[in-house]
Ligand binder design. Sequence first.
Ligand code: AMP
Length: 213
Amino acid sequence: MNIILLGPPGAGKGTQARRLVEARGMIQLSTGDMLREARTSGTEMGDLVADVMDRGDLVTDDIVIGLIEEKLSGDTGGGFIFDGFPRTLAQADALGALLEKHNTRLDAVIEMQVDDKALVSRITARSTCGSCGEVFNDITNPQPANGKCPNCGASDFRRRADDTEDALKTRLMEYYKKTSPLIGYYYARGELSTVNGLGEMDAVTADIAAILD
Ligand code: AMP
């Protein structure tokens, strides 16, 4: 089963994707994670995209489509969760063509709806475990006082360089200009489902499971 999690930054796509990986053995393909990895490993491509990402702009279609293309040729596991990809109509067309080439298809596109006010407070309070990706929130789910991640025990909490109010404004603008047209694109193809991303994490997980089952 292959699905897209679609929604603005901070909608909870990464959190829900990780739960699907655990529950269903699916493979999370987050272009944001792949780009951050390219940056920390100091590849030429990583250097090229660093400023663009920190500003909150989108990197070019060619780069992210290339990243996804590489992954589709590898292990398919219990199917793919596309997280943060596609973000433009050109990327959506490319994904369709790539899936067809691999004799597979999209089973669902799940839009996670949240309002902008919630996004700003979620993102500016966000930190993650650098080891396992567990997400924390300064107010609703703070990092434990003993300084160890409750999921994996590591002590490597990080904040993203683009989780600032300024970069978030750009990221939201990019989302509305370039990514939100995908809602209509997938709706017209009969592939779109919507969940309320503002609910409790477990409730959102249950809503997504109901769509997939
Ligand atoms: P994310 O972790 O999904 O919030 O992505 C972080 C940043 O990586 C974005 O603000 C973009 O600069 C870049 N990025 C991630 N995925 C894409 C994509 N599909 N297309 C273009 N840029 C992307």
